[in-house]
Each structure stands twice: as structure tokens, then as C-alpha cells.
Ligand binder design. Sequence first.
Ligand code: KG4
Ligand code: ZN
Length: 338
Amino acid sequence: MNILSIESSCDETAVAVVCNGRKLLSDCISSQVAIHRIYGGVVPEIASRKHIEAIYPLADQALAEAGITRAELDAVAVTYAPGLIGAVLVGVNFAKAAAYALGKPLIPVHHIRGHIAANYLTHPELEPPFLCLVVSGGHTMLVDVADYTKMTILGGTRDDAAGECFDKIARVLGMPYPGGAALDRRSQGGDETKYPLPRAKVDGNPLDLSFSGLKTAAINLIHNARQKNEEIDIPSLCASVSASVSQALVSRTELALAQTGRKTLAVAGGVAANSRIRAEVTALADRLGVKLCLPELRFCGDNAAMIGAQGYYEYLAGNTADMTLNAYATKSLVGETL
Ligand code: KG4
Ligand code: ZN
């Protein structure tokens, strides 16, 4: 089953063709990062306009690279939530038009479910049930994946996402948007004990997290040092931030593994590219004797291949939509089924 797969929820326009949820026939992406970098973050209206310009030629490119014709497509899958509403709308409306014109099923895919499914592309043997740590620019949550389309959020951040925390600190340090990867690179060789930063605990659900205190503490530290004309040891500060985020994520993941009894752990989302987090979840999995799945770096951030991977399983579960499909900025909260 060949699925034309579309992702436009933030600042990447992406179109892929995925066969049977696991085999990638093409994977095209048009990144807007260079444009938004000028403003230090994503400008939603610019993102929507750039998606409109990019999506049609990118779909043609994805078909050409897959070596198939439009007639050989069996369905169209698209991210319908969550994301920047104008940006998601572009993908949803393109997908609706394509599905209608082709006379093929339309499959709505939740963006976070897509991130989780990125693991199926890198690990063809992976099957639910498993626990997934989702860490992206907009979301941080632990998800129990009981089946391909049955997922429960066990806990998550009460405020900032891990990626947002990395990006905001990186921005104050003068690193270009999105700063997460640059902060990760600069942390190499730093002394993480030099600048002790808070590791937040939250009341209530022990699987919940909070990153806003860490973000504020790091930004205050930078401002204070600048006011006093003190030089900041950037690698050490970056290492301390990375250690604090990683430790918070890994401790909740260990607890969630104990709570659910799952024997497989997957990680998903843009922040899954972080070297410290990858090393620490690998150590955790080794220590607990749990099988670990990390997506290839190219499938960590936003991409359309992951939408096609999840779209296949949504289709098998009967989760298709008609032309009334809408786009949503937010969908599903902690405590709810994903
Ligand atoms: O999943 P994603 O592409 O978009 C969302 O759905 O939010 O994640 C983007 C996030 C950004 O915050 C980016 O800075 C972060 O992933 N990121 C990283 C690294 N690479 C990307 N954060 C920390 N370390 C990295 N190596
Ligand atoms: Zn994403």
C-alpha cells in the first residue's frame, strides 16, 4: 500500500511516499529554518505562506523520486494536529484535495503519533507494546504504546517542552534558531558540575516534568554574569543544561518502565537527537535489560516519512476521514488517550 504522506505542522514542508508503513520510497523536505532564523523563531504567518509555495512541487518531487505515478498511490496521510494552525491547514487542505482528486482514502495522523512511528522506519522489527519517551520542540511526554493506535499519555511536562527549554537558553547564548542542536554541540567537553542548575520535581503525578524553572535559572545566570562582566564558560553551562534535562527525562522513564512493566523503550521527537539523552537512555536500557529503539537522526525531527508510517496503521484500524476533516492547533492533553 503506497501512502502519499504530508507534514506541515511547523517550519518544515515534507512529503514522502511510504509503502506498507515501513518501506520508504521517497522522503522530501523543504526546510524554512533559514527564513525563521532571521527572527529568532518561527513566524507562523510566514510558515503558512512558505508551505503553500512548497507543497505542490514537493509532492511531485516525492512521486518522481519514488518512481511511481499518481495512479499507483493507495491513500493520502496528513498531520491534522497539533501544530501552528495556519501551517497545519495547508497540509490538510492539500491532502484533502489530493485524496478527493485521486479517489483514495484520506488518513488523518496525530503529529506525536507520527513521531513515535518514526521508530518503525529505523527498527523494522519493532512492534507494540512499548514505552515511548517523546521529546520535541513542543511536547515532552511518556506514552504507553499498547498497540499501533492505542496509546496513553502517562505523564509529561507541566510547562515548557524540553526542546523549547534548549532553544530559549541557546537563543540567550546567541546561538541561531533552533538552538537545541548547537547547544548540544557546544556542550562537548564542558564541566557539567561548574554551574549547578535545578532539577525540578513536581507534586502529584511522579511521571510529570517541569522545565521552566531550569530555563529561567540558566537565563538568569547568563544575565547576571553579563551584568558583572564575567565571562561564561559556555561548554560547561551547556553541559549542565543538557545534564539537567537528561536526568529529568531518564528518571521519569525509569519510573514509567517500572510502572508499566514494558520491556521495550523507544525515544521520539527532535530532541531524541540530543547526544547526552541518547547516551543516558542507552545506559538506562543496558542497566535494566530493556530493548532500546532510537530513531535515525533524520527521522528525529519533523518529517513526512513518520506520517506515512503511522498512517498505514491508522488505515488498518479504520481511522480514515472524509472531506470534513479539520486542522487543530492542539489535540489531547496529559491524562488523556493520545
Ligand atoms: O520534533 P521537532 O522537529 O519539532 C516539534 O515537533 O516540536 O523538534 C524540534 C526540537 C527543537 O527544539 C530543536 O532545538 C530540538 O528539537 N533539537 C535538539 C537537538 N536537535 C534538535 N535539542 C537538543 N539537542 C539536539 N541535538
Ligand atoms: Zn515534531
